[in-house]
Design a protein around this ligand. Structure first.
Ligand SMILES: [Zn+2]
Length: 333
């Protein structure tokens, strides 16, 4: 089952760098690292399995950001992420990143976005994988900065960029602040996915749907404790981008067995499986499948249903969706 085709809808670029690449770029660009030993460096990039919170988990993103400040490095890192995904039979990958994090050495937002698209196109030309880009905005940043990202990405809509996202530290009631820029993004034609319900609040999920028009929710774990949000997600068939290992690390759940993905699936809520961060969570799509299969008895029909849900939920063209569906092996004959 693990070799079946895969669709990944929730993967952060800055959480998914190869450790060797961090070292190589640091050497090339004269960036000082605490260590140049790959094994030691890896310890600094991977969040411990026994993290205490999302806050501790997010600390792992500072170091990679230092090597993501030039066109070449952004292109290389994106290419490698798609290459790694293609090698485990991921057919379609939506990568998200925060353009504002990559302007520390003078790149413009346009150059940052273009470099990531270039890396993606390079991988699409070489491997049997297709992709799109989601622009993430950190909730810790100003509302004005979200407008900046929306404007900068506008010219790339339909040319690699498909959606807008809000991510990072999740405070209860965060949605209200971002109504205006997300509404503008929608007007321009961005699709909307929002990180919500990752650290305790189901209300953030219902707010994201009702105030921001979210079509998909990143994580959404905590609708389990909020009947209103749960019903809303179920009735409107809002797709949850679930990332089991990340949720265990950030203590959204205590262990894989406690993860609600199986109950949600059984109850008709559309769920999908993603890595969140391949390096910070030290995982792959294959590993996420193994964990869900072992802890929650995912069988092949369930996996196939998740694959189909993921294709429907993808912010991709009809043509790409049809191609993704055709990749899944037919039963019988
Ligand atoms: Zn995420």
């Amino acid at each position: 089952m693990y070799s079946l085709p895969k669709i990944e809808l929730h993967c952060h670029l800055d959480g998914s760098l190869r450790v060797e690449t961090v070292r190589d770029i640091a050497r090339k660009e004269g960036i000082e690292l605490p260590t140049y030993q790959v094994a030691e460096l890896k310890k600094m990039l991977v969040a411990p399995f026994e993290c205490t919170s999302l806050v501790e988990y997010l600390q792992r993103f500072a170091l990679p950001n230092a090597v993501m400040q030039t066109k070449e490095s952004l292109q290389r890192i994106t290419f490698e992420l798609f290459e790694d995904a293609a090698k485990e039979n991921v057919k379609y990958l939506e990568v998200r990143f925060g353009p504002l994090l990559h302007v520390l050495k003078g790149l413009t937002l346009t150059e940052v976005i273009q470099s990531v698209i270039d890396g993606m196109r390079q991988a699409e030309a070489r491997y049997e994988i297709k992709g799109n880009i989601i622009l993430s905005c950190l909730r810790s940043m100003s509302v004005d900065s979200v407008f900046d990202v929306v404007e900068a990405g506008k010219n790339f809509l339909g040319k690699g960029v498909v959606a807008i996202d809000l991510c990072a530290i999740e405070e209860v009631g965060f949605c209200e602040r971002f109504v205006a820029p997300i509404a503008l993004a929608k007007e321009y034609g961005y699709r909307v996915t929002i990180h919500a319900g990752e650290t305790g609040s189901g209300k953030n999920v219902s707010d994201a749907i009702e105030l921001l028009g979210a079509e998909r929710i990143g994580h959404g774990v905590f609708i389990k404790d909020d009947p209103f949000a749960y019903q809303l997600v179920k009735e409107r068939q809002i797709v949850l981008e679930m990332c089991p290992t990340s949720n265990v690390q950030t203590k959204a759940v205590q262990n894989y067995q406690e993860h609600p993905i199986y109950q949600f699936y059984q109850d008709g809520i559309p769920v999908t499986i993603s890595t969140d961060n391949r390096t910070v969570s030290d995982t792959t799509m294959t590993n996420e499948m193994v964990c869900v299969q072992q802890a929650l008895m995912m069988d092949e029909p369930m996996y196939q249903a998740i694959y189909q849900t993921s294709v429907v939920a993808a912010f991709a063209s009809d043509e790409v969706k049809a191609w993704c569906l055709a990749q899944y092996p037919k039963k019988g004959n």
